[in-house]
Unconditional design. Structure first.
Lengths: 368, 266, 380
């Protein structure tokens, strides 16, 4: 039987957050993770530490303190100018082995999801992917379940002494939720879905108080087996309807000002990072090209959010969008059949509502 | 040169998903499919086979019915299949799964010119962990999220897709790549392939086959050897009836936007 | 088939046909129907994946499948587009079978191989303006002139002739012998004197390329004769007997496709405050239709298995076509009725399936001709 050096749970302390930076810029997820890590560290009664890797990155460390980190470990090396799995995994695993954190969080970005599993496999510990909710404290977890599940939490037995990190994530495309624990090994590791956890307000005093600790890095070129030829920043290309997460569709309701109506839909779609679709009449009338059509003769779509502007909801339109996760309907006629399948309905003139909604979403996102 | 592709049979979560009263998935009521990203990995391997004539081996861990899936991949053009299946392997999390698959890959043998390919992630768990963990267990360099690839001699140049752009990465064989759907459009089985795939070699690796590998330790495989456990599984509350928002347009929009943010819908 | 279960290969093939039809054919259906054109990119893919050589052995480049698998192909493809179904059927069970069953080895190597290994397409020319069910009334003549035959005459309703590389054509080598004076020939596309008209405007299966052929002093080498002089009628009837299994499968596909669409629709469509699926009329109608389709499918499979086993299958093939084509027409008509006004629009696929269904009662032998065959066998 194998023996492991990470089963003495008491030897592991502190909550760590891997703070991802790309080309010298911290990722927004870092602030979310630090904020969430603060909560977990408080529940555990331990310190919250950030782990920042790169080439000449210590200048960024203080900012992380402003969101709640007590300490930032900085690992600098010219060999970590660009992200490589080999270099970053080695430096992280070395630090974890030496300093023994009990929790290690990564953002579930394309890089976090490359790095996390590689480190977990090397450290022989559990990793829970793409979490949307984290708890240590059992009472908090029960409260969370009360709202987020159909479980009868009051008639279940709970061990209030349990100090495991409870990592909750969607499975099977969100049809099921699972809470995962890593009871026997440390650190408990998770990658956390970006944009889900709340970010604390920046606190300058905390930033100033944050301790910066440079760790020595043992890394040579021989450790790195891939070569980064170039790193290119590119705007996400416009996705087509199928595969789009957000769709703003227009219908007959835009007839009085077709161009204006489409512009408003485009602005809303752009704010959401989505695309514009249309009901059959918008295609037949030549207002939009055929590849925009949603419905029986067009495309069947299943986005996260489908916003229908001025679409009454004939059966052949519904057939193409009824499985969308969240349906928002804006229509002047309160009896429009599409309201029947709406998650949110607004009775109103799309020409007034659409720009207001775009503005409201922009403001709400900024305030997040 | 050969390419080993790791594939997984998964329940089709794109349609209606049935959940048992106890919160577990009603697998019996669901169709199984070959994990979509894995199909892109298979296609990438078969394309390379078209160009170089290399051998393509498909490997899966799962219950015996998963053999049907391997046959389908052979009908598309894969040369060999390996089913890794044993009671001892059941209930494995991603860590334990990668230990077992790594042992199976060692048994097949990974040589200097070889490539291991995986899909980015499986739609049942969406973890994207098994690929990198196999690479770690085998000591292979990895490139994940591969959206384009080109092989020149022993070097593979990959376009690794990021949220805000991409990286061009070159790596020498042997290595492990995880593939995304942008990489290619998977082919179908051919009718001839279907009628000939029955003659192609399909092996089963059991616990007995692999047990001498140090990776196959009962402390690190199966349900008991998995570092992670399921603490609770549950279903989200049913979607309630729709909410009609009335009143001043501006107030309504602000209210809607804050609800969407609060519920993580946007 | 064993114990009413498809074999693993047949199940896999069915799945592959389904995926192909859903992803490759479905997006093209409306455009091909409205423009009355066949998509040649699609044809190329059909060849590539082996849909054009299902029941032929691999030694000639075929897929090595059986007749039952071929019926699965016809059903799955015709569920989505019967025009594509008939394109496969004429190529496979009419053109190729004449060469496979009666051709000499050199003819098989030269003509059958490219037809089934994915490079070329074929058609079958028997029907003439004045010779339909009465196929013995063929007026096209083939006159031997040295080591050549010279063909003159006219053919009509020749599916695939718009793009075929290889034509199997029937002509009288000795008019005085009646049907025993008919012979079968292989003619290459582009042979001087071979003229192909435009696609004939039709009610249904509009994407298939069904044209008229005119032969004016078409000279072909004598070795293009299939079998012997005088065997043509027998060759044609044999091919048609097998072809009817495919048409039966096509009719089953049309019917099942219409039912599948209807089932989806009646669950979505609400009238009088509930989905129309909740009405007993809808439930009973669908139950009746599905029962008939299942019966038709079993008849198709029985004929296919009989052919695979080398048994006398001609009456079974005639019966399955007679029944399945009747069922396809009833099912599609009822499907349009269950859809109501929307069913009559071209936005939903059932009106097209209804138009497409009619031909299954006519081509490769009318329903009346099927009754002649079945009755004739019974009263022999």
């Amino acid at each position: 039987m194998a023996t492991f050096n990470n089963t003495d749970l008491a030897a592991f302390k502190d909550v760590w957050v891997y703070c991802e930076q790309r080309q010298g810029k911290l990722m927004p997820t870092d602030f979310e993770l630090i904020s969430e890590g603060r909560k977990l560290a408080d529940e555990l009664g331990v310190k919250l530490c950030g782990l920042l890797l790169g080439d000449d990155v210590d200048g960024m460390a203080k900012e992380l303190g402003g969101y709640g980190a007590d300490k930032i470990y900085v690992c600098d090396s010219p060999l970590m100018k660009n992200y490589t799995t080999d270099a970053y995994a080695k430096v992280i695993c070395d630090a974890v082995t030496n300093l023994k954190p009990e929790v290690l969080l990564f953002g579930a970005t394309n890089i976090g999801r490359d790095l996390g599993p590689r480190c977990a496999a090397r450290l022989h510990t559990g990793l829970c992917a793409d979490c949307t909710h984290l708890d240590v404290d059992v009472a908090n977890y029960v409260e969370f379940l009360r709202g987020a599940s159909t479980l009868d939490v009051d008639n279940m037995k709970w061990d209030t002494e349990d100090r495991n990190l409870k990592m909750t994530r969607p499975a099977f495309g969100g049809h099921l939720m699972a809470t995962i624990i890593c009871p026997r090994f440390r650190p408990a590791m998770a990658t956390v879905r970006p944009g889900v956890l709340k970010k604390n307000a920046f606190d300058k005093a905390k930033a100033d108080a944050c301790e910066i600790v440079k760790l020595s890095v043992s890394l040579s070129e021989a450790d790195i087996h891939t070569t980064v030829e170039e790193v290119v920043k590119a705007a996400k290309k416009m996705v087509d309807l199928i595969g789009a997460e957000f769709i703003v569709s227009v219908g007959r309701g835009i007839a009085k000002d077709v161009e204006g109506g489409i512009k408003l839909a485009e602005a809303l779609a752009e704010e959401l990072g989505g695309v514009v679709g249309g009901s059959r009449v918008t295609i037949d009338s030549g207002w939009l090209s055929a590849d925009h059509q949603v419905g029986q003769t067009g495309k069947t779509v299943r986005p996260k959010v489908y916003i229908a502007l001025g679409i009454s909801g004939a059966i052949q339109h519904k057939a193409g969008m009824q499985d969308s996760e969240c349906i928002i309907v804006v229509n002047k006629n309160k009896d429009a059949p599409l309201f029947e399948i709406a998650d949110y309905g607004i009775v109103g003139d799309l020409f007034k509502v659409a720009p207001l909604l775009t503005e409201a979403i922009r403001a709400a996102k900024a305030a997040k | 040169m050969k390419i080993i592709v790791c594939v997984k049979q998964v329940p089709d979560t794109s349609g209606k998903v049935a959940v048992n009263p106890d919160g577990t998935l009603n697998r019996a009521s669901m169709q199984t499919i070959i994990n979509p990203d894995d199909m892109n990995a298979v296609e990438a391997a078969l394309k390379m086979k078209d160009e170089t004539g290399c051998r393509v081996i498909v490997v899966t861990m799962g219950p015996p019915p998963a053999m049907g899936m391997l046959r389908e991949l052979m009908a598309m053009g894969a040369d060999d299949g390996v089913l890794v299946s044993a009671r001892e392997f059941g209930g494995s999390d991603t860590y334990a799964t990668s230990q077992i698959l790594a042992a199976a890959l060692k048994k097949i043998g990974i040589e200097k010119d070889d490539i291991v390919m995986c899909g980015r992630q499986a739609i049942d768990g969406d973890t994207a962990q098994v690929g990198p963990q196999i690479a770690e267990k085998l000591g292979l360099p990895q490139v994940t999220y591969v959206g384009e690839m080109k092989k020149t001699g022993g070097t593979i140049t990959c376009k690794r897709i990021l949220e805000d752009g991409y990286m061009t990465i070159s790596v020498k064989t042997p290595c492990l790549l995880t593939c995304i759907k942008e990489l290619n459009a998977p082919r179908y089985m051919t009718v001839r392939g279907i009628f000939e795939c029955g003659q192609k070699p399909l092996e089963t690796y059991t616990y007995e086959t692999l047990k001498d590998d140090p990776l196959i330790d009962l402390a690190t495989i199966g349900l008991k050897g998995s570092p992670t456990n399921i603490f609770k599984s549950f279903t989200p509350p049913a979607k309630g009836a729709g909410m009609m928002l009335e009143g001043d347009d501006k107030d309504t929009c602000n209210k809607l936007a804050s609800m969407l943010i609060e519920k993580h819908i946007i | 088939m064993v114990a009413f279960k498809l074999t693993q290969e047949q199940e896999m093939a069915k799945k592959m046909f389904q995926q192909f039809a859903e992803n490759e054919i479905k997006p093209l259906v409306t455009e091909m129907d409205e423009s009355e054109t066949f998509d040649f990119g699609l044809l190329k893919k059909m060849h590539h994946y082996g849909l054009m050589g299902v029941p032929y052995p691999t030694e000639y480049g075929g897929s090595g499948g059986d007749v039952l698998t071929y019926t699965l192909c016809m059903e799955e493809v015709s569920k989505i587009d019967p025009s594509v179904g008939i394109t496969i059927s004429v190529h496979t069970s009419l053109c190729c079978s004449c060469i496979y069953e009666h051709g000499r080895e050199e003819q098989k190597q030269k003509y059958l191989r490219p037809l089934i290994d994915g490079s070329q397409s074929g058609c079958f020319g028997l029907t003439e303006p004045n010779a339909g069910t009465d196929a013995g009334g063929v007026l096209t003549t083939a006159v031997k002139d040295g080591d050549e035959y010279v063909l003159n005459g006219q053919k009509v309703f020749i599916t695939n002739s718009g793009f075929a590389d290889t034509f199997v054509l029937f002509a009288m080598t000795d008019k005085s012998l009646g049907t025993k004076g008919m012979s079968a020939f292989i003619v290459d596309k582009g042979t001087p004197g071979l003229e192909i008209s435009k696609n004939i405007p039709r009610m249904g299966i509009r994407a298939s390329q069904n044209c008229e052929i005119a032969m004016m002093d078409v000279r072909i080498p004598a070795d293009r004769l299939i079998g012997k002089e005088g065997m043509g009628y027998k060759i044609a009837m044999g091919a048609l007997a097998g072809g009817r299994i495919g048409i039966g499968a096509q009719a089953v596909g049309i019917a099942q496709g219409a039912i599948d669409e209807t089932v989806k629709y009646v669950k979505e469509r609400k009238q009088f405050g509930k989905a129309i699926a909740k009405f007993q009329n809808t439930q009973f109608k669908l139950a009746e239709l599905q029962t008939k389709v299942d019966a038709a499918r079993l008849m198709v499979w029985r004929a296919a298995v009989a052919k695979d086993n080398g048994e006398a299958y001609a009456p079974m093939a005639a019966m399955c076509k007679l029944f399945a084509s009747d069922v396809a027409n009833e099912v599609t008509r009822t499907a349009v009725q269950l859809f109501g006004g929307y069913g009559y629009t071209r936005e939903y696929p059932v009106e097209k399936l209804m138009r497409d269904a009619k031909i299954t009662e006519i081509y490769e032998g009318t329903s009346e001709a099927m009754k002649m065959i079945v009755g004739g066998t019974m009263l022999r």
